[in-house]
Design a binder for this molecule. Sequence first.
Ligand SMILES: [Zn+2]
Ligand SMILES: [Zn+2]
Length: 352
Amino acid sequence: MSDQPFGRSRRDFMRIAVTAGSTAALPWLKDAQAQTPAGANAPATPVNAANPAAATATGQAASQLATPHPAKGTQLILLGTKGGPTPSDLRAAPSNVLVVDGQPYVVDCGNGVALQLTKAGIKLPGLRDIFLTHHHSDHNADLGNLVFLAWATGLHTPVNLYGPPRITRMIDDFVDMNEIDLEVRMREEGRPPLRPLINIHEFDGPRLVMEDERVKVTSMLVDHYTIKPAFAYRFETRDRTVVFSGDTTYYPPLAEFAKGADVLVHEVMYLPALQKLMKTVDNAPTLLDHLVKSHTSTEQVGKIAAAAGVKTLVLSHFVPGGDPAITDEMWAADARQHFAGEIIVGKDLQVI
Ligand SMILES: [Zn+2]
Ligand SMILES: [Zn+2]
C-alpha cells in the first residue's frame, strides 16, 4: 500500500487528521453557533458572510451562493435535480426549497438534502415545514436524516412533516434506529427529545395542506403509475405562485392545478437517451414501460406548461440525470415546440 494516501505525504495526512480531530471535538457547538435558529421573522444571513469558503467550493456554488435569501419575497432554490435513486456526480437527488420572507419550506428529501440545504445557505435549525411528494427513495431517503441532522445542529422548535401515509412509521422507526446517538446527545449535549418536536400530517388526496402567514399550500393527486398517492404541490405566497409537479406521467389535469402560476417545476425525461440506454440492459421492455408510465417526456412537459399558462417552466428531476451528453438545449428543445414562455433547465443550487 502506498504511503501517500489520497496523494498526500504521510506527514501531511497525519497533520490533517489531527487538525480535523481537534476542531471536531464539539462539532455541534461550532455549528450551533454558526447556525443559530433563524426566528420566523429573522432576516436570513447572506451565506457568503457566514462562510466565505463554502462559496468558493465550486464555480456553480459560488455564483448561486452570492445571492442572499431576501428578508421579503419568495425565492426558489433547486437543491437536487436528478431523477432516480442512483447517486451521480452531475446532479444531486431530488429536493427543492422555497424561501418565503426568509423562512424555508422544503419539498422532498432525496439523499444529501441536508448538505444541499447547507450549501444553499439555509440554516437547518430554522426548518419548520417539510413536504414529501411520494414514497420513492429518491424523494424520501433522507427525510429522517434531515430532521435528525437539523436536531443535531441545534433545532429545538417543532417541525411539521406533510405527505402520504407511512411517514409516521418511517419516523418512529428512524428514531428507534438512532436511539444510541439520540440518547447520548440528550444526556451529554443537553438536546431536547427529538420525537416530540416532529408533527406529522399524513393525507391521501387533494386538500389544503397548510396555510400560515406567508404561504398557502394545496395538493393534487398526480399519476405516478403504481406509486399511490403521489402529489403535486401548489405554493401561493404574496408575490409568487410556484407549483411542483412531483413525479408524474403526462397528466393534463396538472395543467389545471398549475393554472396561472409564475413558476412550474416539472419533472422530465429524455426519451432518445432512454431508448439508447435500453439497448444495454436485460430488462429493457419492462424498464422502458415503467418509465413511460411513470414520467413525462420533454415534449409532453411543454404541453402541460402551455395549457397551464405559466410564466416560467423549470425542468428538473432529469431522467436520465447522469448523462453529460444531453445538453441544456436537448432538454429544452421539444418543450419549446409547445411552450412559448421562459424555460429554465434546472441546475443544483440554482436560485430562481
Ligand atoms: Zn423521482
Ligand atoms: Zn417517483
